[in-house]
Design a protein around this ligand. Structure first.
Ligand code: NAD
Ligand code: ZN
Length: 380
């Protein structure tokens, strides 16, 4: 294992505080309901949670080559020592470029080789890429097997491990193949976040700012007042932020599992954000693009008289505190952004849906944003 990495060995958490679930969020989806457990050192207790899931074969840990080194091998050893002799680990090359059908097919063939059957359990150990690949694989392997999520990036803990969307990319675009599949359980061990590069932490923070903007003014205020603890991953602050984020996403998803309408509010800042990401050829990180997108739609909201200018300024200041960008770089051509917006898969009848904001914590979905308004907001 990499020195100092993994398993809740965050220096800021005392020994007596680790291995505890500090927070729990219930995702209410009828007979597919599940719990998200949040706390430092939870990965060390994985077998305790697995034992409650009933009979299965495996488990088969799916992870990427980075996380394999950080915590994957250790988790495998612990599970084998604690009664799961059939545990296996399958690793794919880390990075978004692996999120494709070739990886899925190669993992599926490895599963067959290892004797995985219809009663096997898959374990997604890693960031959003791993969660999406493993969830997708679980939903189609032998017509569907159970899986759990052990998210190890901030983004995965506050966003991608909740909600049941799975999928892989095609050369033509991101997430074009996918399914809805809910995990049996999520263990968000906040201790593993300590080894994340700053960029990955910012990606998670951008999503938390989004939750504050769409649904929770208090969460937004907490980010403002405790920004130092937020950046430094202070454990109690981090656990609270993961919990509130999961609660908000779970609440939205419970009301609208398959994105009929309400779930769209989760796209706040993402419509323009995705267009910017694509226009940059994915050289701009997701969190940065979302930050730019949130400012842009808030500008549209201000110009329509929905949002107060001072609230836009609060958003800008907060993002700047976290070193997140608030304007789109000059070199990204505005034409390309507009073209990408029209190509977005969420466009219906040629109309792009935008999530605007009426106040911090309150949104409104519209489909009549004009090109002029977009140009004003993205600064062309
Ligand atoms: N399914 C959904 O609802 C949903 C929502 C949002 C995003 N996503 C998807 O999530 C993906 C992005 O997720 P991501 O940002 O987690 O990317 P990622 O999974 O590629 O992880 C980012 C990097 O961090 C490394 N890493 C993971 N855990 C680590 C740790 N504890 N310490 C150090 N390094 C670690 C990974 O190896 C990788 O290099 C995208 O493909 C996106 O489409 C899905
Ligand atoms: Zn996002």
């Amino acid at each position: 294992m990499v020195q100092g990495a993994g398993f809740g060995k965050c220096e800021k958490v005392s020994q007596s505080e680790i291995n505890h679930q500090w927070e729990k969020v219930h995702v209410a989806l009828g007979d597919r309901s599940y719990d998200i457990h949040i706390g430092p050192g939870l990965l060390l207790e994985t077998s305790k949670y697995l034992k409650k899931l009933g009979h299965f074969t495996g488990p088969f840990i799916v992870t990427d080559t980075n996380v394999e080194d950080y915590v994957g091998q250790d988790l495998l050893n612990i599970l084998r020592q604690e009664g799961f002799e059939g545990a296996e680990l399958l690793a794919f090359e880390a990075g978004e470029q692996s999120k494709n059908m070739d990886t899925v097919v190669s993992l599926a063939r490895s599963l067959v080789g290892l004797g995985a059957d219809r009663s096997s359990l898959l374990v997604a150990l890693g960031g959003g890429v791993t969660g999406d690949i493993c969830g997708f694989l679980a939903s189609i392997y032998m017509r569907g097997v159970d899986f759990i999520q052990l998210p190890t990036t901030y983004l995965a803990q506050v966003d991608s491990s909740v909600g049941g969307k799975t999928g892989v990319d095609l050369p033509e675009g991101k997430n074009l193949l996918g399914t809805f599949a809910q995990p049996r359980l999520v263990l968000a061990d906040i201790g593993v976040l300590c080894t994340l590069p700053a960029q990955e932490i910012r990606n998670g923070i951008a999503e938390i700012v989004k939750y504050g903007m769409i649904k929770d003014g208090e969460l937004f205020e907490r980010l403002e007042s405790q920004w130092w603890d937020v950046i430094n991953l202070e454990p109690f602050t981090t656990a609270h932020l993961v919990k509130r984020s999961c609660e908000i996403k779970a609440e939205v998803v419970s009301k609208d599992e398959r994105e009929g309408g309400f779930r769209r509010i989760l796209n706040f800042g993402h419509t323009i954000g995705h267009a910017v990401e694509a226009a940059s050829n994915y050289t701009i990180a997701h969190g940065e693009a979302v930050a730019m997108g949130m400012v842009a739609v808030s500008k549209i909201s201000v110009s329509r008289g929905l949002l107060k200018e001072e609230d836009l300024q609060r958003l800008i200041q907060l993002l700047e505190r976290f070193s997140l960008p608030v304007s789109i770089p000059e070199e990204i051509t505005r034409q390309e952004i507009l073209k990408n917006l029209k190509r977005d898969k969420k466009v219906k009848d040629g109309r792009v849906h935008f999530v605007l904001t009426k106040a911090i914590g309150e949104t409104i979905i519209v489909d009549d944003v004009t090109d002029q308004e977009i140009c004003m907001a993205i600064g062309s």
